[in-house]
Design a protein around this ligand. Structure first.
Ligand SMILES: NC(=O)c1ccc[n+]([C@@H]2O[C@H](COP(=O)([O-])OP(=O)(O)OC[C@H]3O[C@@H](n4cnc5c(N)ncnc54)[C@H](OP(=O)(O)O)[C@@H]3O)[C@@H](O)[C@H]2O)c1
Length: 256
């Protein structure tokens, strides 16, 4: 296989949850540039349409699907639409995620459940739905959007840490179930990634990021390209023998 084929996604179909968000929209464009047609899934259709327009500029096809990853019926309907429109699913990027920074003692049960529902149950529902067309073709890539907090703790992030640690180990377990079908499952463990959502905060309150930066071997926060490069790799034939892993994209944060 040539290096171009090894790292390319020509002719494949990718589904991205939270495809209208900072990382999700960049991921959609990156996977499209690598050759994939893209379905973007989320609740905010206007943001998904913006991503679809950016995908269109790459020459690939885009499909916007309004769906909540926490709603079983709407996830299965999303799967059916992707298969009806594109005929196959090769890549699922479980990227939808929320956080609710709170001390444990201030956190309501509803707030706890909300984080677990989107970050963990959402990945379960999407993986279960989209694994089916992958299993039928005996090929697929499931990639979860984890965090450095998949393997480390942080005050005010108990629910988020629990969800992202659960997500990473969910991926490891699923790798064993889906390996016989030629499907790999991996998790990206990202440090703080600069997006439109946190750019102003990073500029106006840089001290909030001192602890992360102090532990970073490379001395900087992440950029979306740091994530999208690894995502395209994990989605590509080049990563066909990589499964059940959490690949940290963190400038060395977790190496220390
Ligand atoms: N940015 C960072 O520093 C960083 C670091 C490590 C990990 N991460 C992870 O990376 C992922 C993307 O984060 P981001 O920074 O790009 O944040 P973001 O811009 O807020 O994106 C999150 C996306 O999740 C979607 N979402 C939330 N609830 C959903 C639901 N019930 N159903 C479907 N989609 C839902 C949102 O879309 P809708 O509103 O349209 O539903 C949104 O597009 C998250 O999993 C996050 O935990 C981020």
């Amino acid at each position: 296989m040539s290096i171009r084929t090894l790292f390319g996604l020509e002719g494949s179909v990718a589904v991205i949850t939270g495809g209208g968000g900072g990382i999700g929209s960049a991921a959609a464009v990156a996977l499209a540039e690598a050759g994939a047609d893209i379905a973007v899934v989320g609740r905010n259709v206007a943001k998904l349409e913006d991503t679809a327009a950016a995908i269109g500029k790459t020459g690939r096809r885009a499909l916007v699907i309004e769906s909540s990853v926490t709603d079983e019926a709407s996830v299965e309907a999303a799967r059916d639409r992707v298969v009806a429109e594109f005929g196959r699913v090769d890549i699922l990027f479980n990227n939808a995620g929320i956080t609710s920074p709170k001390l444990l003692t201030d956190m309501s049960v509803d707030e706890w459940h909300a984080v677990l529902e989107v970050n963990l149950t959402g990945a379960f529902l999407c993986s279960r739905a989209f694994a089916q067309p992958m299993m039928a073709r005996r090929h697929g890539r499931i990639i979860n959007m984890g965090s450095i907090l998949s393997g480390r703790g942080m005050a005010t992030r108990t629910a988020y840490c629990a969800s992202k640690a659960g997500l990473a180990n969910f991926g490891s377990a699923l790798a064993f179930e889906l390996g016989p079908y030629g499907i790999t499952v991996n998790t990206i463990g990202a440090t703080v990634i600069v997006t439109d959502l946190n750019r102003d905060l990073i500029r106006t309150q840089p001290h909030l990021y001192d602890k992360v930066l102090a532990r970073s071997a490379l001395g900087r926060l992440g950029e979306v390209e740091d994530v999208t490069g690894v995502l395209v790799f994990l989605a590509s034939p080049a990563a066909g023998f990589v499964t059940g892993q959490t690949l940290y994209v963190d400038g060395g944060y977790t190496a220390g």
